[in-house]
Design a protein around this ligand. Structure first.
Ligand code: FAD
Length: 382
């Protein structure tokens, strides 16, 4: 029988890893430890539907086109076979919980908070020690552990509202991916509108910002964004908020030797976009294979090539934030929808990369490429 895998944190990464293990070995011995006592439908996970994964059949909605708008114009990209997709966190949690409950040797223990992890056991806040063959750590990382000297860093902070409005308010087939025609407040800000129907949508106000703002700091801007798209009579029925790190810094070292980080702690969010859902699914699949093959060890979330490209892009955003809206609009206008979707989801073909490069201003990016390739101590000295 395989060694028991103990997973600290039953969020997206912890539950995805449990499902990936059970998909490959229904008798796998898995314990997930999660402080929550109840799961709510607390997040909306979106991504371009580029590949299969265990939750693909839960996709609640797909959109064929998406828009990027700036004061200079509006670019509309069409999916050409790769739609933008959404799953509800509540559906993912429910599916994973059913799978774990039905498995003979797996358990999800809610109301359990992990205090310490080691290579062969975890200790809970109540002092219980749980022995393990493999320990995976999906607890959120400390914010101050995410930065590294010389590596760009931005927070993607967002506040969202689920809005009901008059029929005809929203265009149901199109996502407003980034609408920069909102006050920028010295940051990079945009409105995101994900319509369920012509009368209902998730409206978010997102900021790319170097430091984490106080909770509620975006509320006023969100209210304006909602009023701007849906009018003052729109009804807000629910909220959603979060902060995602965007950095090419390598993720923090494991909390103890032999422990395997997963999810955000392992650097799941793509540095240039913050998208993490598909990287987490891929990481869970690869890690499950390794664990079941008896070779558990930390796995990098992505290769050096993507980090290099993202370092260049993030450094451009930091060097010239006021130019960011046009960069994104040029990408949506100049790159075919399917190529851009694959690029953003880290599944680019060589021709996709060429198209993305061709859509960006050559001079600043070439200079940034040289700068971003120089090892950081030399840059810091220069
Ligand atoms: C609101 C929101 C919306 C997002 N939308 C998207 C999106 O549309 N597309 C996309 O690709 N990415 C999105 N992301 C980014 C990413 O997909 C999510 O953050 C995802 O939930 C990350 O998974 P995770 O397992 O690393 O973290 P989480 O899902 O946050 O899981 C961490 C878990 O650890 C638990 N925990 C905390 N402390 C302890 C402890 N001491 N012991 C044990 N467990 C502990 C928490 O309760 C939680 O369940 C979004 C993020 C947020 C915040």
């Amino acid at each position: 029988m395989s060694a028991r895998v103990v997973i600290a944190g039953g969020g997206l990464a912890g539950l995805s890893l449990a499902v990936a293990l059970l998909d490959r070995d229904p008798a796998a011995r898995v314990t997930v430890l999660e402080p929550r006592t109840a799961y709510a439908d607390d997040r909306t996970w979106c991504f371009w539907d580029v590949e299969p994964h265990p939750f693909r059949d839960l996709i609640a909605q797909r959109w064929r086109s998406w828009r990027v708008a700036t004061p200079a114009g509006v670019a509309v990209a069409e999916d050409a076979g790769v739609p933008y997709a959404r799953v509800r966190a509540g559906d993912v949690y429910a599916r994973a919980r059913e799978r774990i409950a039905a498995a003979p040797n797996a358990e999800l223990r809610t109301g359990v908070s992990v205090r310490r992890v080691a290579g062969d056991h975890v200790e809970t806040e109540t002092g219980e020690v749980i022995g393990a063959g493999v320990v995976c750590d999906g607890r959120p990382p400390a914010a101050d552990a995410l930065r590294a000297p010389g590596e760009p860093f931005l927070w993607q902070v967002f506040a969202g509202a689920r809005v009901h409005a008059r029929p005809g308010t929203f265009a149901p087939g199109t996502v407003d991916l980034m609408d920069f025609r909102v006050p920028q407040a010295g940051e990079i800000r945009f409105r995101y509108v994900l319509p369920d129907s012509d009368a209902s949508a998730l409206v978010e106000l997102t900021a790319f910002t170097p430091s984490l703002p106080e909770r509620g700091a975006l509320d006023g801007a969100l209210a304006d964004a909602v009023a701007g798209v849906a009018g003052n009579a729109a009804e807000v029925v629910a909220g959603e908020q979060g902060a995602i790190p965007m950095t090419t810094a390598l993720p923090p070292a494991p909390a103890a030797p032999g422990v395997i980080p997963i999810g955000t702690r392992a650097g799941a969010p793509r540095p240039s976009t913050g998208y993490a859902f598909l990287p987490i699914q891929r990481h869970a699949a690869r890690l499950a294979e390794r664990i079941l093959a008896g070779a558990p060890q930390p796995l990098p979330m992505r290769g050096a090539g993507t980090r290099w490209l993202d370092r260049i892009f993030l450094n451009r955003l930091l060097a010239e934030p006021q130019g960011a809206p046009e960069l994104f609009r040029r990408l949506a206008a100049g790159v075919p929808g399917d190529a851009l979707a694959r690029f953003l989801m880290e599944r680019a073909r060589p021709a996709d990369v060429v198209r993305v490069m061709a859509a960006l201003p050559v001079g600043p990016f070439a200079r940034e490429a040289v700068r971003s390739t120089t090892p950081w101590p030399a840059r810091a000295a220069g």
